[in-house]
Design a protein around this ligand. Structure first.
Ligand code: IMP
Ligand code: MG
Length: 176
């Protein structure tokens, strides 16, 4: 795809590698959640492609919810996150599985997990396609992980740069 910036994104993970990871994760999730009718909670917008592929690999009952999180990063030392638009599915007493595209600083995911824990679920676990541990600022335990990635800016498969590139089928590095 020709981009307006003039930079061609370089493929880091091909669509085939991503699909294989999704298949593996679905197998791991099946062992834990087959009988639990989990609520999958995706963080918009980035997680929607991963969620769509992953949920179709789960051959047991699930419910799907999305939350919108806004992060403000005014300084290097504080991160503030807010939920815009709450849960329509009540998660009290339910097995909740958070679906993330990427855990970077961890601020967004840590906030979401805290928020969900406050709703009285039976359990909250995290499934993230990508982990960028070099940038972590708060600890986040990833229970189900696709790939650990280097400290580069990634686009595609739902990940954006200023709302561009979400539609790339592979996960790419945006070189600037
Ligand atoms: P956090 O820094 O862990 O709070 O990540 C917050 C969000 O930033 C993620 O859910 C992504 O939507 C976005 N993000 C983090 N790293 C990247 C990246 O390399 N490319 C695109 N979006 C990213
Ligand atoms: Mg996200």
């Amino acid at each position: 795809m020709v981009m307006s910036t003039g930079h061609e994104p370089r493929i880091l993970l091909t669509r085939r590698e991503v699909a294989a990871a999704v298949e593996r994760l679905a197998g791991e999730l099946t062992i834990e959640y087959r009988e639990k009718k989990p609520v999958l909670v995706g963080a918009l917008k980035g997680a929607f492609v991963f969620m769509a592929d992953l949920m179709r690999r789960l051959d047991f009952p699930v419910e799907v919810e999305f939350v919108r999180l806004s992060s403000y990063r005014g300084t290097e030392t504080t991160g503030e996150v807010a939920i815009t638009g709450g849960l329509q599915i009540p998660v009290a007493g339910r097995a909740v599985l958070v679906i993330e595209d990427i855990v970077d600083t961890g601020l967004t995911t840590a906030f979401l997990i805290d928020y969900l824990r406050g709703q009285g679920p039976a359990s909250v676990k995290l499934c993230s396609l990508l982990d960028k541990p070099s940038r972590r600022r708060v600890p986040v335990a990833i229970d189900y992980l696709g790939f650990t990635v280097p400290d580069e800016f990634l686009v595609g498969y739902g990940l954006d740069c200023d709302e561009q590139y979400r539609n790339l089928p592979d996960i790419c590095v945006l070189e600037v």
